[in-house]
Ligand binder design. Structure first.
Ligand SMILES: Nc1ncnc2c1ncn2[C@@H]1O[C@H](COP(=O)(O)OP(=O)(O)O)[C@@H](O)[C@H]1O
Ligand SMILES: CC(C)(COP(=O)(O)O)[C@@H](O)C(=O)NCCC(=O)O
Length: 329
């Protein structure tokens, strides 16, 4: 199997700890895409076609040129983590099983985290060494609506304080500590609430993808000025999906408009009342939610974590990734 071609290192832009000495290697799409020509890959054309069904407008080109090379990079990193694990076992004179390789996927609401995560899960499953890939989203760790209402923060869903952060941290710490079985609560977008009697069971997968707005947030500072561990202390790799705020707002509004004929049309949907809105009303409702909740959260909490990622994927207005920033190791 061939190695990656050499790449140019350039200045990283603002917000990624850039400057003349950057911790990132910057690759343009063309360079990154060439990587897929040079790797033996476990997919045929039918597989690629099937994978494009994971996102409404996900193109075959995008899978081939962006996500396939990314899955190869991750496959190399997972293998390297295995070598390191064996080295540690040798040093300690132990023969322990390795723990799951944990990948965090961060970014704004509507930037495409779920689509990216689903594609990666399917691609990684096809590589040798990682047949068992699980995906969880952090919305399961939102407090139930009753708690959010009691605290007066129902309008702050997605902000850091709307999550049971201690429980989320314990979940990932348990997975990374090698627990045989760990459960996560489950959030329904239909009922817009936690479903009390439903849980997700994670049983020592080869890879766990943890997707959510705030997964790269640093540890909180305690009252005495000290800080504990953050979620990302348990990540082996992390991806920040990035795009211009105006583009993300457009995608948010377009998705909302489509949901009128989809999920909102279900009488059981918390947002059923939105299903009868006219185009103009739906547009105004979606931009209102974006401006009041999702944009401030993006600016205050999500964007500031971008430079903490191992890899930043930057999209253009058509969801095509055109730039990659990979942390130097
Ligand atoms: N790579 C992509 N190509 C085309 N459309 C995409 C892509 N990623 C996401 N989308 C579209 O953008 C919208 C938001 O994507 P989604 O994955 O639901 O975002 P998030 O999980 O970040 O809220 C959806 O309508 C989705 O179909
Ligand atoms: C459920 C979310 C907070 C996302 O959660 P995540 O899985 O990223 O933790 C978000 O999709 C959401 O519903 N935000 C509330 C505002 C809105 O309806 O867009």
């Amino acid at each position: 199997m061939s190695e990656f071609p050499s790449v140019q290192t350039r200045r990283a832009p603002n917000g990624t700890n850039g400057g003349s000495l950057s911790p990132f290697v910057e690759l343009d799409r063309e360079t990154w895409a060439r990587l897929s020509d040079q790797i033996e890959q476990p997919l045929d054309d039918d597989d690629v076609h099937r994978l494009s069904g994971l996102g409404e407008d996900l193109s075959l080109e995008e899978i081939r040129e962006v996500y396939l090379p990314l899955s190869r990079l991750l496959n190399l990193y997972v293998a390297a983590a295995g070598h390191l694990h064996r080295a540690t076992n040798t040093f300690l004179g132990e023969s322990t099983r390795r723990t799951p390789y944990v990948i965090g996927v961060a970014g704004s609401v509507a930037v495409g985290k779920s689509t990216t995560s689903r594609v990666l899960r399917e691609l990684l499953r096809r590589w040798p060494g990682t047949p068992n890939v699980e995906l969880i989203t952090t919305d399961g760790f939102l407090y139930p609506n009753a708690v959010l209402e009691e605290r007066g923060i129902m309008h702050r869903k997605g902000f850091p304080e709307s999550y049971d952060r201690r429980r989320l941290l314990k979940f990932v710490a348990d997975v990374k500590s090698g627990a045989e079985e760990v459960t996560a609560p489950w959030y329904s977008h239909l009922s817009y609430n936690i479903v009390p009697d439903k849980q997700i069971l994670v049983r020592r997968p080869d890879v766990l993808i943890v997707e959510g707005l705030n997964v790269l947030a640093p540890a909180r500072i305690r009252d005495d000025g000290t800080s504990g561990l953050g979620l990302s202390d348990f990540f082996d790799f992390s991806i920040y999906v990035d795009a211009r705020t105006q583009d993300i707002e457009n995608w948010y509004i377009q998705r909302f408009m489509k949901l009128r004929q989809g999920a909102f049309a279900d009488p059981a949907s918390y947002f059923h009342r939105y299903s009868t809105l006219s185009d103009q009303e739906a547009f105004e409702t979606a931009s209102g939610i974006w401006k009041r909740i999702n944009e401030p959260n993006l600016k205050e909490n999500v964007l500031p974590t971008r430079g903490r990622a191992t890899l930043v994927l930057t999209k253009n207005s058509r969801h095509a990734v055109h730039r990659m920033l990979l942390r130097k190791i």
